[in-house]
Design a protein around this ligand. Sequence first.
Ligand code: TMP
Length: 225
Amino acid sequence: MKNRTTHYASSITGFKKGIFISLEGIEGTGKTKQSSLLNEYLKNIGYKVILTAEPGGTVIGLKIRDLLLSIENKKMTPLSELLLYNASRVQHIKEVILPALKKGFIVITDRFIDSTKAYQGYGRGIDLKLIDLLGEIVTEGLKPDLTILLDLDVKIGLKRNKGINKKDRLELEDIKFHKKVREGYLKIAAKEPERIKLIDANQSIEDIHKKIIDIVMNIITQKLI
Ligand code: TMP
């Protein structure tokens, strides 16, 4: 079926019609692959979908992404890092996410606010209250309707990424940092079981895709008026 439209009005933003989905997880969980498979699946059955990612998603966001991930920027302080991720997010929300949601699109983003809490909060140790406060200002209360958290053993994830030669400033952090990030994600998920659905990422791409489809179609059915 083609040209289906979503008509979900969020209680938080009031005006938004679309559905907002984020994919989260530590390095090497296959978020990017799964985001792209989900995008293709939903488009093929007729939904209007936008696939995007953080940090990035806009011209300014991509420049900020370069600053954040360049291995040359070893001197970047945790606070600068926190502010830059949030700066990228403001542009992303204003330029891409909100306009698409207002038009009734399903927006899929590869990472959003939970990444900041997991990496800068639990990973770097920045006060979670400060992260939440900044998050409120930046998002003006916009939260994903659904977050898929792909969970994986840290060693497996980092090994997978080594296999594809992926190297950036965050990935070069030691294993302890990544373990804190994973634990952080699990704590965040435990606090919001309604929004955040956990999937074991130590399965085949197809099996993970099927699980994501089940969860997403369930949400779409619930949100459709
Ligand atoms: P990725 O898009 O290739 O996963 O790389 C983005 C990196 O940035 C990844 O290591 C996670 C990290 N990150 C944060 O530390 N905080 C954030 O808020 C976001 C969006 C990403």
